[in-house]
Design a binder for this molecule. Structure first.
Ligand SMILES: [Zn+2]
Ligand SMILES: [Zn+2]
Length: 337
């Protein structure tokens, strides 16, 4: 199993083959995609975790064994993992809002990362994949669910305009889903030419490089100086947080989905009153894997454009190094055991 043992260092450690207990299934891991939060961990800068820690939470695999009491799944089934752990008994779990669980955790935080050969998961957190999806696409259910949740938090309506600050996988998935939800014009701002080009191909009305162009001025100019109905912060830095607030029309709504390495940041607070804007956060997913699967089953969404690089699991160090290169040509890197 791959661990980040120090900033920038991946190390493989032997772990015993787990045995599926009551209600659990054992998977042979087939594909794991790397994500922005894995990058934060790799840098040793994730606000909620300390090193050493196993990595990998976007996981798809094949059921090889099932424990007692497992009803829906059988050996041979292809599944994606919802890598969350919830207590089931706290105030929010009992309300059915498991993403807000008081004791929420993730598999990798309690010792089980996805960059390994076998993965143990409760049946309830394993979602069967439609036949036409590859395992790598299955692994993308996790970021897709993060994105769907953020889109639902934004309450975007057909015909709305939106601005997306961040051109990583979540930013571009937001673009794809916002357009699917009827967004009339979507603008993307980021810092990677390759990804901004992809944004254009995916249907962005315009895409701006934040180091070369005043993205905010461009967005305002294209919306009659009014601003957009909805904005998404998907980069996790002060510049884009402020841009997402300033890009809003009066009464507009911004959603933060990026993870910030810096815990406290100043914001233009008077804007909230002067423009009656709103800012919401988006935490993980909550019944979003099911929605994501419905879209994928119906061929409403194609995620193949995201899967730019495939490596064997043994090259995990190389895969992370590639992701750290700011001008890389990578969207999602897939690791296959
Ligand atoms: Zn992720
Ligand atoms: Zn709970």
């Amino acid at each position: 199993m791959a661990y980040v043992t120090a900033p920038g260092v991946i190390e493989f450690r032997e772990v015993p083959l787990p045995e599926p207990g009551n209600g659990e299934v054992l998977l042979e891991v087939k594909a794991v995609t790397l994500c922005g939060s894995d990058k934060h961990i790799f840098k040793g800068k994730h606000p909620a975790v300390s090193l050493p820690i196993p990595v990998g939470h976007e996981i798809a695999g094949q059921v090889v064994r099932v424990g007692e009491g497992v009803r829906r799944l059988a050996p041979g089934d292809r599944v994606a993992v919802e890598p969350v752990l919830t207590c089931g008994v706290c105030h929010f779990c009992r309300r059915g809002e498991y993403h807000l669980c008081e004791n929420i955790s993730f598999q990798y935080r309690v010792g089980q990362g996805g960059l390994t050969s076998h993965f143990l998961v409760a049946e309830r957190w394993a979602h069967r994949l439609p036949d036409h999806l590859t395992y790598a696409e299955g692994a993308l259910l996790e970021p897709l669910s993060v994105t769907l949740h953020a889109l639902r938090r934004a309450d975007l309506h057909p015909g709305d305009t939106c601005a997306i600050f961040g051109d990583g996988p979540i930013g571009l998935l937001l673009l794809q889903l916002a357009l699917l939800a009827g967004c009339g014009a979507a603008y993307v701002a980021g810092r990677n030419h390759f990804r901004l080009e992809l944004a254009q191909q995916l249907g962005a009305r315009a895409a701006f490089h934040n180091d070369e162009i005043d993205s905010l001025a461009e967005i305002l100019a294209r919306t009659d100086g009014l601003g957009v109905d909805r904005a998404f912060e998907a980069a996790g830095v002060q510049q884009t947080l402020i841009q997402s607030l300033r890009s809003l029309r009066k009464g507009g709504h911004a959603v933060v989905v990026g993870l910030f390495e810096e815990a406290e940041l100043p914001v233009p607070i008077n804007l909230f009153i002067q423009k009656e804007i709103a800012l919401s956060g988006s935490q993980g997913y909550h019944w979003d894997f099911q929605r994501a699967l419905t879209l994928l089953e119906a061929h409403r969404l194609d995620l193949k454009w995201m899967l730019t690089h495939h490596f064997p699991l043994s090259q995990a160090q190389h895969a992370f190094d590639l992701l750290m290169d700011p001008e890389d040509q990578a969207m999602k890197v897939v690791l296959e055991p």
